[in-house]
Design a binder for this molecule. Sequence first.
Ligand SMILES: *Cc1c(COP(=O)(O)O)cnc(C)c1O
Length: 434
Amino acid sequence: MIYYNLKDHREKINFREAAIKGQGKEKGLFFPENIPQFDQDFIQNLDQYSNEEIAFRCMADFVGDEIPSEILQQIVSETVSFEIPLIKINDRISILELFHGPTLAFKDIGARFMSRCLSYFLKDQQKKVTVLVATSGDTGGAVAHGFYKIPEINVVILYPKNKVSPVQEKQLTALGENIFALEVSGSFDDCQSLVKQAFSDEEINEKIFLTSANSINVARWLPQQIYYLIALKQWIQNQKEQPVICVPSGNFGNICAGLLAYFRGLPADHFIAACNKNQVVPEYFKTQNFNPQKSVSTLSNAMDVGNPSNFVRILELFGHQFDSLKNKISAYSIDDEATINTITEVYKKYGYILEPHSAVAFAAMEQYLHENPEKKGFILGTAHPVKFPDAVKKAIPEKIEIPEALSDLMKKEKKTIEINSDFEELRRFLLHKI
Ligand SMILES: *Cc1c(COP(=O)(O)O)cnc(C)c1O
């Protein structure tokens, strides 16, 4: 498979190069040159396939000859080595629980796939390899865990001080070894901007081999298609109609992967982008103007993104046709108060505990289903409620149990390096400290 740079279509590279580089010239995102179609027989009989087989079939065309089949098989089976159940909340809304991986968030799937591809590709690399990543909460933990103790690779994670939950912070900062956590006095946007500056700094790039791990990397973005198929495999066992799929969205990598799967032939009635008060995309759907904003802090902090980078890929998928985009996707913005009320209501009515991101999705789904009374679907449950205890406590007074693996983690020591949002400090760290 060939990938081209969305900013400059003349820049074309293969999967290996795209996974290593992360982004192209002018910070452009890579996009596959063609959209390989699923075999219809495969799609209609998904329930006959194991998750590993589904994952392999989903990824093989995108990887091409860059990874031998038996190694790709190994990589995908490690990528989906935990449960991904579709759970019914009520008659019309189910939830795909994507949070049974090591860091209890859906990002484990993309991060596991990407880290294993990179360690395969870079095993003979001469320069020191550094994965540089900005996180608003969950990415850091998933990436750190994916690369933990891989000898040739260092991971440097930038996260906004005081803006991630205690569990998230421990997942980023307690590992040590080849994982370095930088605590930035600033916002997630500041972290992202620091990362971008590092990628365009000549001296840094001469000395170390820098690669990104955000959802813009094709090796993280593409494997997210896998669980849409795993969801459908469970969906078709009980329902005939196509599902409405609602995705809590921040940087829009997750929903963009679902849409890619749809363009390959995955049956889906409609997609919903569920946002918090960071509502650049819902505004775009109203006005057709895409106006990036400064991010605002919300309870669903992994979606506090003011300039969702993957949206350009969605536009590309739809051939920049606003009308067809609007026909297939709806976007809603849900505020913190509605988020809390949703967690409370869903717990009271159905005994199910949502965390803030999934609650944003549930609320958006309810609005859409209210306007479309004949439809049904599922939301993506992107994190485990224990990762967001403060928000959940506000909504549900009784205490939720902390899984044992987490309480061990919480006892570990936090190790970070504090920096401000001025690039010089990051630069010095990358050049001289690791
Ligand atoms: C990252 C994240 C999201 C947003 O996913 P995008 O791909 O950035 O849209 C939603 N929920 C949780 C829990 C996350 O960690």
